[in-house]
Each structure stands twice: as structure tokens, then as C-alpha cells.
Design a protein around this ligand. Structure first.
Ligand code: NOJ
Length: 472
């Protein structure tokens, strides 16, 4: 019993935060010198592809109401806030030749307001909204993007480095590349299965490493902050022991894809991935592997290019051998099949099933595979269709947190902090405003976007104050 009690407590220096992203909450899409982003273009040109034709034009109006957001964070006891900077708000031409002073000022105001209220910022450089002009030149499929991102990162570090000690480079690389360049369900809506996702990840990984090295060589000695890489793994659990190997392959294909180049001794993509994609490419009649190749320079630049591991985790899959997905595609290349257990509890998002034990499972796997690095959970949360009495959300947080604490106390996983997703109900990409993740309700009928605390906000306030999960 004593043990159980201990397992519900957070470690002494554990940090609690809430997360959001620029396009999902800011609004103010075309004011104060901001340039057009890929998401601006996508929602305006393809209202048919977004639930209800919703847009982020106004969103939660946080560009104007950020002081209210900060007041809510403070009132609930959060000591950290993860937000993202909109690249085209700072660099409207996409390039570093023209810096938009108003855009730069907005994030100074936000950061200053946070710090004045005892809240530390964690800044995500890129949460999916790059300048449209760069997309017109190929976006993440063009390797010039690596330098463009580096230039942007340098400006962000230079501007905010004296105030921000934790940066995350690129939010959810595999989601960007699959949804944006393979499935075409997110901006920029491109569909190149079997090629788009691999090329995109290749350039995203390089961009991450370049930004990390820029911080390292130009800013670290002055500011002493940290820059982390972010991964968004589902837990890939074998359906039963016969499928251990299939589950391991799924892990390497989906998680190792971006982690192995950074955390492994030898660097580069996972060997099993190189081999399987090469084999499939040959069978399909291509003259070379669809998986691009890193040379020594890039392998070395990427290895160890992180100070911590940022993890967004939501859900799990069962893995069996077999195949899925179109030919060719990353999904198909891995030669496994992912299954959703029909007993898993649902949410408002079809992909998000409630599987608390998967959280411990993936944390242990990350720790074992990558040398037990310091981990920050940078997103975790669940959607509903909109209620203030959000008991299902409380259930999700309670059960997921318990599993995370087991990973910390029982398995020794080095989790240093946790940011919930999300502070506010916000623009859930192609699901528009129909799937709500906030612990704070936002009234999207109200021009002032009134914020109302949900029951889960009060629950969190207690958890943070007690630094322990209460089970009743
Ligand atoms: C991951 C993304 O980073 C975030 O933008 C999104 O809203 C949540 N998952 C929920 O789908």
C-alpha cells in the first residue's frame, strides 16, 4: 500500500505544463505584417477538406487574448507553457531578409507575460505552418528547406534565447510528412505515397540537426538553454508473443525512422528499414531504394543532435504480421499490420483510442532503445465533442499519468516533465473545431471566444497543488 501511495506521487523536480500551437489558437492570420502560411492557403482553398469548412482565421483569438490564457495557466498552477512560433509571422517572405517587427514583438509580449506570472516558456520552432512561398518552391520535399529552416531558427534563438531555456525544433515529423505529403489530408495536401514521406522526413531530420548545431555553436555558451527533438510514437504492442518481431519492425519503422539517426551509436536510419525499403523498391521495379541515403557528413551532424527527447503520445496499436497500405508506401514497406482492439475505449477522434498501458510500454521502449535520455512529455490528452463535465477526459489523464508514474518509479524511465494537450479547445486541423482537446472550453459562437474552465481544469489544479494523483 505504501508503494502504491508512492507511485501516485510526482518526483520532486517534475514540471507541469500545458501546450498549444500557433495556427491552432492565434487567429490574426493576416494582420500586422504576417505572411501566408501553408495552413492559411489550405483552409482557404480547400474548405471541402476541412470539417465544416472551419479555418484558423480567428481560432481562439489568442493573438489578442494571450493575457487571458496566461492568467488561466497561472490560476491552475502550471509553471510551464509550450507554444509555437508562426514562421510567416516572423518572416513574411519566408526568408531572413525581412523580419517582421510586429510578429517578433508578439512573442516577446507573450513570453514576458508568462515570466511575469512565474511561468516558463517552452518554444516549438515549427508546428506545421511554414510560409506558403517556401511550399511553392517544394517545401519539405526540397532540400533547400534545410537552410531556410536554419536561418529561421537562428532568428528565433537570437530573439528569444535570453528568455527561453527550452526549445523543441519540429513538431511531429512523421505526422507532417504522412499527412501533408503522402495522404494529402493536411496542408500542403500533396499525395506522393512511397516517396513523399521519405523525402520529407529526410529534410526534416537534416533541418532539426542544423538548427541544433546553430544553437550549439552560436548560442549555447551565452544562454545555456536546451534544444530537443520531438517524436510522436504510438505504442506498437504485439497482438501476442508470435508477433514480437513484427512489433519490433513497426517500432523501427515508425519511431526508429527519426530516432535511430539521432540516438544510435552508428547513426542513420535503422538497418531493418534500409533493408526492407530497398527490397520492396526492387520488387516494385525501381532502380534504387525509395529511402534516401545520408552521407557521412549528415550522419555525423545528426548523431547526438539533441539535449532531451520530447514525446507526444496519445494512443496504441496492436501489431501482427501481414501488410497494409497502398503500394508503394511507407505503411506497406514495413510488412506489418496494425490493428485497433475493439475493446479499447473511444474518443471523438477516430485514431485516438484510450490505452493507458501503452504509455508505459512506449516510454520503457524509448528508454531502452535510446540510452534512457531525459524525456519531456510535450503532448498527451484526449478529445470529446464538447462538454464542461468532461469526466472522460479526467479518466484519460488519471489513467495515463498513473502509467507514466509506473514507468518513472518502477522502470526508471527519466521523465522530467509533462505538458498536457491542450490548454484550450482549438483548431484540430482537418477536423476543424469538432474535436475538442482543451481543459478549457472555448465558445466558438462568441466573437470574444469566451474561455470557460472544464471540470478537468479543476482536477488538474488539484493534481499540481498536491503533486500527486488523487484516485477519487
Ligand atoms: C498532435 C499535434 O501536435 C497537435 O497539433 C494536435 O492537435 C494533437 N496531436 C491532437 O491531434
Amino acid at each position: 500500500e505504501e508503494n502504491e501511495e508512492k507511485h501516485l506521487r510526482f518526483p520532486p523536480n517534475f514540471i507541469f505544463g500545458a501546450a498549444t500551437a500557433a495556427y491552432q489558437i492565434e487567429g490574426a492570420w493576416n494582420v500586422s505584417g504576417k505572411g501566408e502560411s501553408t495552413w492559411d492557403r489550405w483552409v482557404h482553398q480547400h474548405p471541402d477538406r476541412i470539417y465544416n469548412g472551419d479555418t484558423g482565421d480567428v481560432a481562439a483569438n489568442s493573438y489578442y487574448q494571450y493575457k487571458q490564457d496566461v492568467a488561466i495557466l497561472k490560476n491552475l498552477g502550471f509553471k510551464w507553457y509550450r507554444f509555437s512560433v508562426s514562421w510567416p509571422r516572423i518572416l513574411p517572405t519566408g526568408f531572413s531578409n525581412k523580419i517582421n517587427a510586429d510578429g517578433v514583438q508578439y512573442y516577446h509580449n507573450l513570453i514576458d507575460e508568462l515570466k511575469a506570472n512565474g511561468i516558463e516558456p517552452m518554444l516549438t520552432l515549427y508546428h506545421w505552418d511554414h510560409p506558403q512561398v517556401l511550399e511553392d518552391m517544394g517545401g519539405w520535399l526540397n532540400d533547400e528547406m534545410v537552410d531556410w529552416f536554419g536561418d529561421y531558427a537562428r532568428i528565433v534563438f537570437r530573439e528569444y534565447g535570453s528568455k527561453v531555456t527550452k526549445f523543441v525544433t519540429i513538431n511531429e515529423p512523421t505526422a507532417i510528412c504522412k499527412n501533408g505529403y503522402t495522404l494529402g489530408i493536411h496542408a500542403p495536401g500533396k499525395r506522393f505515397p512511397g516517396f513523399g514521406e521519405y523525402l520529407c522526413i529526410h529534410n526534416v531530420l537534416k533541418s532539426h540537426a542544423v538548427a541544433y548545431r546553430i544553437y550549439d555553436s552560436e548560442f549555447r555558451s551565452k544562454y545555456g538553454g536546451e534544444v530537443g527533438v520531438l517524436v510522436n510514437p504510438s505504442a506498437y504492442m504485439p497482438m501476442n508473443f508470435e508477433f514480437d518481431a513484427a512489433a519490433e519492425t513497426a517500432f523501427q519503422f515508425n519511431v526508429g525512422w527519426t530516432m535511430h539517426p539521432i540516438f544510435s551509436k552508428e547513426g542513420d536510419y535503422p538497418p531493418v528499414m534500409k533493408q526492407l525499403v530497398a527490397n520492396r523498391s526492387k520488387v516494385e521495379g525501381f532502380t534504387k531504394s525509395r529511402l534516401p541515403v545520408f552521407n557521412e557528413y549528415w550522419i555525423n551532424l545528426m548523431r547526438n543532435s539533441t539535449d532531451f527527447l520530447a514525446v507526444n503520445h496519445y494512443t496504441s496499436r496492436l501489431v501482427v504480421s501481414g501488410t497494409m497500405g497502398p503500394i508503394p508506401s511507407h505503411e506497406h514497406d514495413q510488412g506489418v499490420r496494425e490493428i485497433i482492439d475493439s475493446f479499447w475505449k473511444s474518443s471523438a477522434s477516430d485514431w485516438l483510442k484510450v490505452v493507458p498501458e501503452g504509455f508505459r510500454y512506449i516510454l520503457v521502449q524509448l528508454a531502452r532503445n535510446y540510452g534512457n535520455p531525459p524525456i519531456y512529455i510535450t503532448e498527451n490528452g484526449v478529445s470529446d465533442h464538447g462538454t464542461l463535465n468532461d469526466d472522460d477526459r479526467i479518466y484519460y489523464y488519471r489513467e495515463y499519468l498513473k502509467q507514466m508514474l509506473l514507468a518513472i518509479h518502477e522502470d526508471g524511465v527519466n521523465v522530467r516533465g509533462y505538458f498536457l494537450w491542450s490548454l484550450l479547445d482549438n483548431f484540430e486541423w482537418n477536423a476543424g473545431y469538432s474535436e475538442r482537446f482543451g481543459i478549457v472550453f472555448v465558445d466558438y459562437e462568441d466573437p470574444n471566444r469566451q474561455r470557460i474552465l472544464k471540470k478537468s481544469a479543476a482536477w488538474w489544479q488539484q493534481v499540481i497543488a498536491a503533486r500527486k494523483i488523487h484516485t477519487t
